[in-house]
Design a protein around this ligand. Structure first.
Ligand code: PLP
Length: 408
């Protein structure tokens, strides 16, 4: 990259050369370390977006950097025509940490979900010609044609019709709606244990258990999209482990590689046979290089008890945000979260606060229009949380002062 270019020149360059599918914030990021990132103009930011729940161990974590350096000198890629040791090592770790199944590797969350959808189709075909998958309103499963058809948000699907048939959307956190939607064509239920993009929506404690029961009763697959909730994000290695159930299929991506592109579909040993040789593939799926990063991530999480740390920091962060919520009831609706997947629902649109945070050196994002979302690196500490809370306090305090100081 030519570092003599200015931020403005780079943004102009994007307009000319990069398809403008994203509403980007006008900063050029050049460096990251731990929970901090720096832009081209040398400004420092506390990063509570973490690549949208991707940089699980923060930026440039030594264990990831060392693993990549070591592996890059050995073997970066050979394709899935051959066996490699890092792929097996990673599959073993994922299987051992979850429900003992087998893993199909891809490069992203959407692709992991594509694999799950294809598996469900083959399962349905083999069990009475069924093909319908029940998914939830406000869900998010990706942007490929199959996964956006699975997604329960019209704004994601708009102008891409005709959508892939075979998905039925029902209200999230409503077991009777699911029961009513099941018919002789249904083969699977696909659901995020906690909805991320939909607004950090946490279902009732017995929701996943209820879905499990319905799946058992009607011989359906329970497919959990843990792309955002997985890899210790919610305080256990996988969010489903909070609910005393076991899925048939689970998908992962985001935090698994702490920045390296990897997706994984985990299926119970029996269901994994639904995808025999030739039925699915990915050229880049689980190269030795990305696997070396993901192995380092999982080992670090287990060895350093990062799940325990996430629980502690999550509770601390939520308590800090609750204080703000009590202080500014005219702006804040409430705070919800599990581990370090935290949402602060507002009574106003969140875009202004996100921009003010940026100007004050804090990266957060807003989902569903009015939910501030905090997905920090799992290694965040109390001082960093304090600093984020101070910045938010200043900004929201300023807003209520503008509105006439109407906070309690
Ligand atoms: C729950 C969930 N599933 C799937 C995806 C899609 O993942 P990707 O963008 O890696 O394709 C996302 C992305 O935000 C997600 O949050």
């Amino acid at each position: 990259m030519n570092r003599t270019e200015s931020t403005e020149q780079i943004i102009e360059g994007y307009k000319r050369y990069v398809v403008s599918t994203y509403n980007r914030t006008p900063v050029v990021m050049v460096k990251g370390q731990g929970c901090l990132v720096w832009d081209l103009d040398g400004r420092e930011y506390l990063d509570l977006v973490a690549g949208v729940a991707v940089n699980s161990l923060g930026h440039a974590h030594p264990c990831v950097v060392d693993a990549l350096n070591r592996q890059a000198k050995e073997l970066i890629h050979t394709s899935n025509l051959y066996y490699t040791i890092p792929q097996l090592e990673l599959a073993k770790r994922i299987s051992d940490a979850s429900f003992g199944g087998k893993v199909f590797f891809a490069n992203s969350g959407a692709e992991a979900n594509e694999a799950a959808i294809k598996l469900a189709r083959r399962f349905g075909k083999a069990s009475g010609g069924r093909y319908e998958i029940i998914t939830m309103t406000n869900s998010f499963h990706g942007r490929t044609m199959a996964t956006l058809s699975a997604t329960g948000q019209e704004k994601i699907q708009k102008d891409f019709d005709p959508l892939l048939p075979g998905f039925k959307h029902v209200e999230f956190n409503n077991l009777s709606a699911v029961e009513e939607a099941i018919n002789e064509k249904t083969c699977a239920i696909m659901v995020e244990p906690i909805q991320g993009e939909g607004g950090v929506n946490i279902p009732a404690d017995d929701y996943l258990q209820g879905l499990r029961r319905l799946c058992d009763k009607h011989h359906l697959l329970l497919m959990l999209d843990e792309v955002q909730t997985g890899i210790a994000r919610c305080g256990l290695m996988f969010a489903y482990q909070h609910y005393n159930i076991v899925p048939d299929v689970m998908t992962l991506a985001k935090g698994l590689g702490s920045g390296l592109p990897i997706g994984a579909m985990v299926a119970s040993e029996k269901m994994a046979d639904m995808l025999p040789p030739g039925s699915h593939a990915s050229t880049f799926g689980a190269t030795p290089l990305v696997c070396s990063a993901a192995i380092a991530v999982i080992d670090y999480i287990l060895e350093q008890n990062i799940c325990g740390h996430v629980k502690q920091m999550g509770e601390y962060f939520v308590a800090m945000l609750q204080e703000l919520s009590e202080k500014y009831p005219s702006v804040i609706q409430g705070v919800r979260g599990k581990g370090l997947m935290i949402g602060m629902a507002l009574k106003i649109n969140g875009a202004g606060i996100v921009n003010e945070c940026l100007a004050n050196g804090l990266l957060i994002n807003c989902t569903a229009g009015d939910v501030l979302r905090f997905l920090p690196p799992l290694i965040i500490n109390k001082e960093e949380i304090d600093s984020a809370a101070r910045i938010l306090d200043g900004i929201i305090g300023g807003l209520t002062a503008e509105k006439g100081g109407n906070h309690a």
